[in-house]
Design a protein. Structure first.
Length: 231
C-alpha cells in the first residue's frame, strides 16, 4: 500500500485528494471561527483560549502542518512528473473546459502564493498566540494576551497594506479551490460527464464562501475598528 501511494501516479493523486479534502475542511472551520470575531469578539477570544497551547490544539497543529507539507510536496512531485511526461499539462486535468483553464494551468503558482500567505499569517497570528503560550509568556510582542485574538485582528487589519496582501491571498486561495475541490474528486474517478458540472458548481460555491468569509472579517475590522474595542 505504501509503495502504491509513493510510487504510482494514481497513488500520489489519491494522497493529494485526501490531504486536499482535509485542508478544505480545516479552511471552512477556520473561516467560520473568524466570522465569529465580527459577531462577538468576546466569543472569538473564548475560542482562541480554548485552542491555545492545549494538548489537543497542539496535536491538531502538528496534523495540520503535516497535511500542508504532504500536500505541497506531492503537488511539486506530480507537477514535475507531468512536465517531464506531457509538457505544460498539469496534474489531474483531463476535462477541457474554458472556466478552469487558467487556474488548472497555474495550480503550482497559486499554491506558492497560498503558501506564502500562510507563512505571513503564521507570523502575524500563530507566533503571537499559540507560540507565545508555548514559551510560557503572558503577553506577546504587541502587549496583547495570546488569547486576545480580536485585538490582534484589529491591530493587523488597521494597516492597509496587510488588508491588500490578505485580499490578494484570499483571491489566490479562491482560484486554487475552484480547481482543487473538483479535481480532487476527479482524481478518484467521480468527475464523469454527469458529475463534472455539479462538482464544478460545488467547487465554485465552496471557494466563494471561503473568500467572502475571510474577506469580510478583514474589511469589517479595517472600516469598523470599534468592533474590537478600539474606540
Amino acid at each position: 500500500m505504501s509503495c502504491f501511494l509513493s510510487n504510482s501516479s494514481l497513488g500520489k493523486k489519491l494522497v493529494m485528494s485526501v490531504t486536499g479534502c482535509f485542508l478544505v475542511l480545516f479552511i471552512l472551520f477556520h473561516m467560520s471561527m473568524n466570522v465569529t470575531a465580527i459577531i462577538s469578539p468576546e466569543a472569538y477570544n473564548t475560542i482562541c483560549e480554548f485552542l491555545g497551547a492545549n494538548w489537543y490544539a497542539l496535536a491538531g497543529t502538528v496534523v495540520l502542518a503535516a497535511g500542508v507539507l504532504i500536500h505541497f510536496l506531492y503537488a511539486i512531485i506530480l507537477t514535475l512528473r507531468n512536465y517531464k511526461a506531457r509538457g505544460q499539462r498539469r496534474y489531474a486535468v483531463t476535462v477541457k473546459e474554458p472556466g478552469v483553464a487558467w487556474a488548472s494551468k497555474n495550480m503550482l503558482v497559486l499554491g506558492f502564493i497560498v503558501l506564502a500567505g500562510l507563512l505571513l499569517h503564521l507570523f502575524n497570528f500563530w507566533s503571537k498566540m499559540q507560540l507565545v503560550e508555548l514559551m510560557g509568556q503572558h503577553t506577546n510582542s504587541l502587549g496583547y494576551s495570546p488569547a486576545d485574538g480580536a485585538a490582534l485582528i484589529r491591530y493587523t487589519f488597521s494597516q492597509w497594506y496587510y488588508v491588500v496582501i490578505y485580499l490578494v491571498w484570499f483571491a489566490a486561495l479562491w482560484f486554487h479551490l475552484t480547481h482543487g475541490v473538483w479535481s480532487m474528486f476527479q482524481s478518484v474517478g467521480w468527475a464523469n460527464d454527469t458529475w463534472y458540472p455539479r462538482l464544478k458548481c460545488i467547487a465554485n460555491i465552496i471557494a466563494t464562501i471561503v473568500f467572502l468569509g475571510f474577506a469580510v472579517v478583514v474589511l469589517v475590522y479595517f472600516f469598523c475598528p470599534c468592533l474590537a474595542g478600539a474606540c
